[in-house]
Structures are given as structure tokens and as C-alpha cells.
Ligand binder design. Structure first.
Ligand SMILES: [Zn+2]
Length: 572
């Protein structure tokens, strides 16, 4: 809390739960939990750190956030103005506070998010700082603790913010490989891209009393399903009942519970075991520079909103169409082995130029009936777990994986939340960052946020000329940042979601040209182009030793961060 904010604090405050007027010092002594009704007030990151760590043990990460505006985003306000205001309001440089500390004398690295800073949103700087905290944990051989509070990915940084889900996940993968404990503490609220990555792919997930966590927010779920939500939906108790968290912990017990967990894990000074994949050297990461050679003129984008409409065209080829036309001998495999078979994801064995591989993709449809049957290509947790099963099977059989991405997003339904949508996506992202076999992803239509990324952490990411790939739908972005949904075309342009834009940002490696008109006008020519592009990108990967391949994949997703190395880190 800054001096000005403290000075402005009134002596009394009214509880948001029971409306009791409380003496502020008494509230603070009670860890900002209402002594009358038990309501847990949201904490600023510095106060959270103070409550959790041993006194004077917190050493902030030397690395500093860099202010970035990688896509020049403007809604009703330019993004840099919003950043400046958030910094002034919170006294923080970014939406996370990172460092090392001891908790009950056990050393750990910890990153604590702050919801006051642009809704705790995950951007390039936040992702980079949490990644560096995880790397500190790896270097020191200590556990990593993440305290989450976030509305999701930061849409003002476009698909680059989506990439941060992969960046942090792969840092957690490195800790898994090294046998180091990772713990996340969910606090209220934890949603979207943060929920669907590092908040739920840790070894242990604790939920603070009063926390709500989910992939989709309640407003979106109500809007999409038209259903009212069950009582207590997405609350800590709901998450516990549905097997998604290890425990629900009231704030006053949180520190003791962390001490117990750290003690059981052997705490500090655990020798670092030989990680099969060494983390990449710590670069001074910057937002990617524009590529020296822009995509050739023939794949220049149309207007972004027109491209969105082409990407969603009902006659556009689907994954099953490509399996018929671009691949040979498709044998479909079904089921997640946990009780479901999601029709929005199809996958199985196929051949390409005589080579065996595993193909996994989202499946939409051409008619309304097909679309309904396939849930519009929106995968449920069962779909993500089926994909995960097939990816791992491929790795075990030594088969490369090709994914075809075409989804408006992961299923935002009530059942999906009950079955752990966020964790299912998070596990796929993490698994792909470790998968010991070549992976080529092709965004063929709509690459919708976390649901798309769950199939798109790959060695090579290709994108059809009139496909789109985005952190949020233009309609969703417009609804949040503009006065109305009619601003979707403006939002589409601001989000930089077209293939040439994403190629320039380094998120996509190659744009696959579409026939005159678009893929919908000549599916066979499109299939030939996809086949050639996949082959050309896959063949060189087959010669790369697996260790180097995975290391290179991680470097690929490490280059989107934004932070400046501090004195200590810089000297490394
Ligand atoms: Zn109260």
C-alpha cells in the first residue's frame, strides 16, 4: 500500500459481506477478514507477501517490468494510458510481485498477483516475471509458490498475452522435471488464461476461502448457455467438491498450511536433479521485433473483420475434411478413458507422404445440425483429455503430432467448469511444452484463446491466410472495452489477429496461402497447400534430437516476454 493510499484510508470501513462497520486496524489485525461474517477482502500483493513470508525474508526479484505496447492497442483510451494509471493507483510496476523468501524457514520463490493492477491481467511483463521467478526456484532448487488473482490474459497485448500461458507453463514443466514442488494458491478471483495455465497445472492447488476460480466467467457462461448458475458455482467449496483443488484454506491458516506443505516436500536445499531438458539461458527478453522480411504480398491480409468472417465461413474445410483430403489412411481414436468422448475434438492415426503420424484437431461442421452435434468446435474437458491421451500415445510410439486448430474457444458451459475446464487446458499446454516428439500446429480457421492454445504449443505454428488467432473474440473484446458490441470490427483490427500480423509478431512461423477467394471456394487446393506446408515444416524436425527439439520449442515460447534483467540476474 502506498503512502498516499494509506493516508487516504479512512479509519472505518464497511464490510462488503455483512455491512458491519469495522475499525480498519481491527480488520487489518484480522488479516482483512471480517470478524463478524468471515468475508475475505481482496489483498494487495505487498500485504499478501507480508502475511505469508517470514519477517524481512522477502527479496524482490531483481528483474523489472518493461512497459510495452506491443500491438499499439487503442480502444477508447490508448493502452499506455491505462498502464500509467494502474501504476499510479497501485504503486506497483506490474500486476505481480515476485521474489524469494522463507516461509517457516523453508526457502521458496514466490509470485503474488495483484488484482488491482488492470484486473491482475496476464501480459508480456507479468508472464516474463513469473517465468523468471520459476527459473529462480529451479536455479536455487527450491519450491515455487504462486498466489493468483486475475481476470485472465491481457487483451491489450493481443495474442502475445496468450503466449504467456505457454511461457509460464513450460517454466513449471522444468520444475516438474527437476522434482521441485510447485504450489498455487487461488485467491478471488482467478479466471481465464491464468486459471487455464499456471494456477491449475501446479502439483498442489490450494484455494483461499472465498476464492472463485474458473475458465469462463459467470457472465459469459450465463450469456452463452442462457442458464442460471447453481448456487455457489465456481466457489472454493464447489472446486473442492468437483475435485479441482486439494484444500480450501481460510486466510489465517494459509501460512501454516504452506509451511506444512513445504516441510513435507523437503523444503529448501534439495539438490537439483538432472533435468532432461535444460532451461534456456536467461535472455533479456523483449517484445519480438517486427520481422525483417514481411510476408509476401500475395498473402497480405484483408481487413481484419472481413478475415474473421472468412475464418468462420460455414463452407470452410473442417479437420475431418483435411483428414480426408490432405492426409491418408485416417483411423479415428475415441475417448478420454475417464468417461467421455468429446465430439468437438477428433484425432487418430494418419499418414502423410507415407509417414505415420497422429493428427488431432477441433471439429466444427458445415450445417447447423453438424455444428450443434460438434458443439461448434468448442471442446469440453473430455476433449482436451482425449487430445492429451493421443499426444502422449504419439510420443510413446515415436509419431510426430500434427494439430489442426479451428475453435471459437473452449466450451464455456456449466458442466465444463464442473469437470475442470481450466485444469484440462492447463495440463495440455504444459504437456505440449514437454512432449518428446515433433509437433506442428496449423490454425486452419478460428484460433480462439486458451482452447486454441491447448493444441498449439508446437515446434512450428502455421496459419492459413484467412484464419484468425486471438486472445479473445472481437465481440468479447468489444463488449468489455468499447461501449457496445457494434465495435467488434474495430476490436478485430486492434487485436492484430490476422495471419500476416501474427507472422510479423513471431507468433506464427508461416502463412499458408489460400486459393483465390478463400479456402471455402476451393477446399481441394487448400488441402494441397496444407499438405505441402505441413510436410515442409515437419520433415526437418524429424532429424532434430528430441532434447534439442523440446529445448528449442521452449525458446520459441520464451521470446514474447517483457522484463529487464536486474543487477544480480544481469551478472549471471
Ligand atoms: Zn462482514
Amino acid at each position: 500500500m502506498t503512502a498516499t493510499a494509506s493516508a487516504a484510508e479512512a479509519l472505518w470501513s464497511r464490510c462488503g459481506g455483512c455491512a458491519t462497520l469495522l475499525y480498519r486496524k481491527r480488520l487489518r489485525r484480522n488479516l482483512d477478514v471480517c470478524p463478524e461474517c468471515g468475508r475475505h477482502t481482496r489483498l494487495a500483493a505487498p500485504e499478501r507477501v507480508r502475511q505469508l513470508v517470514d519477517p524481512s525474508s522477502f527479496q524482490p526479484l531483481p528483474d523489472r517490468a518493461v512497459e510495452v505496447d506491443p500491438i499499439g492497442f487503442v480502444d477508447v483510451l490508448p493502452y499506455p494510458h491505462r498502464l500509467t494509471a494502474a501504476r499510479a493507483d497501485t504503486g506497483l510496476a506490474e500486476a505481480v510481485l515476485c521474489g524469494t523468501a522463507t516461509i517457516g524457514r523453508f526457502r521458496c520463490a514466490l509470485a503474488v498477483m495483484d488484482f488491482r493492477f488492470l484486473g491482475g491481467s496476464l501480459g508480456c511483463a507479468v508472464g516474463e516475471l513469473i517465468t523468471r521467478t520459476a527459473e529462480q526456484a529451479l536455479d536455487a532448487g527450491v519450491p515455487l509458490i504462486l498466489v493468483t488473482a486475475s481476470g485472465g490474459a491481457r487483451m491489450q497485448e493481443g495474442a502475445l498475452s496468450l503466449m504467456q500461458m505457454a511461457t509460464v507453463s513450460q517454466a513449471i514443466a522444468a520444475l516438474r522435471e527437476a522434482g521441485l514442488l510447485t504450489v498455487s494458491v487461488l485467491t478471488d478471483p482467478t479466471y481465464g488464461g491464468v486459471a487455464a495455465s499456471f494456477a491449475t497445472c501446479t502439483d498442489l492447488v490450494l484455494a483461499e476461502s472465498g476464492a472463485r476460480m474458473g475458465f469462463a466467467g459467470p457472465r459469459v457462461i450465463r450469456q452463452v448457455t442462457g442458464r442460471s448458475l447453481p448456487d455457489g458455482f465456481q466457489t472454493a467449496e464447489f472446486l473442492l467438491r468437483h475435485g479441482q483443488v486439494d484444500m480450501v484454506v481460510p486466510r489465517h491458516a494459509l501460512r501454516a498450511r504452506l509451511v506444512a506443505v513445504l516441510a513435507a516436500a523437503g523444503g529448501a536445499r534439495r539438490p537439483r536433479s538432472g533435468a532432461p531438458v535444460h532451461p534456456p539461458a536467461r535472455p533479456v527478453a523483449r517484445p519480438p521485433d517486427p520481422r525483417p522480411d514481411p510476408p509476401p504480398a500475395e498473402v497480405a491480409a484483408r481487413d481484419a473483420w472481413e478475415t474473421v468472417r472468412l475464418a468462420r465461413h460455414p463452407r470452410r474445410p473442417t479437420t475431418l475434411d483435411y483428414l480426408e483430403t490432405a492426409f491418408d489412411g485416417f483411423t479415428e481414436l475415441h475417448g478420454d478413458r475417464l468417461g467421455g468422448d468429446c465430439p468437438a475434438i477428433v484425432g487418430g492415426l494418419a499418414r502423410l507422404d507415407g509417414r505415420h503420424l497422429m493428427v488431432i484437431g477441433h471439429q466444427k461442421g458445415h450445417t447447423s445440425a453438424e455444428l450443434v452435434t460438434r458443439n461448434f468446435g468448442m471442446a469440453t474437458p473430455a476433449g482436451h483429455r482425449k487430445a492429451l491421451r493421443l499426444m502422449r500415445l504419439a510420443a510413446r510410439l515415436g509419431l510426430p503430432v500434427v494439430t489442426l486448430v479451428d475453435t471459437p474457444g473452449a466450451d464455456p458451459g456449466i458442466d465444463a467448469e464442473e469437470h475442470g475446464q481450466a485444469a484440462a487446458i492447463a495440463e495440455n499446454i504444459l504437456a505440449l511444452s514437454m512432449l518428446p516428439t515433433p509437433v506442428v500446429a496449423v490454425v486452419t480457421g478460428e484460433g480462439g484463446s486458451g482452447g486454441a492454445l491447448a493444441l498449439a504449443v508446437a515446434d512450428r505454428v502455421l496459419m492459413l491466410q484467412h484464419a484468425v488467432y486471438s486472445v479473445i473474440s472481437p465481440e468479447g473484446c468489444a463488449a468489455i472495452l468499447w461501449p457496445g458490441r457494434t465495435a467488434a470490427p474495430q476490436a478485430a483490427r486492434a487485436l492484430r489477429l490476422t495471419a500476416p500480423d501474427l507472422c510479423r509478431l513471431g507468433i506464427v512461423d508461416e502463412v499458408v496461402p489460400e486459393p483465390t477467394g478463400s479456402a471455402a471456394d476451393d477446399p481441394e487446393a487448400t488441402a494441397r497447400a496444407v499438405r505441402e506446408a505441413v510436410l515442409a515444416n515437419l520433415l526437418p524436425l524429424l532429424d532434430v534430437p528430441i532434447g534439442a527439439l523440446v529445448q528449442h520449442r521452449r525458446r520459441r515460447f520464451r521470446r514474447f516476454g517483457a522484463a529487464r534483467a536486474g543487477a544480480r540476474a544481469g551478472a549471471r
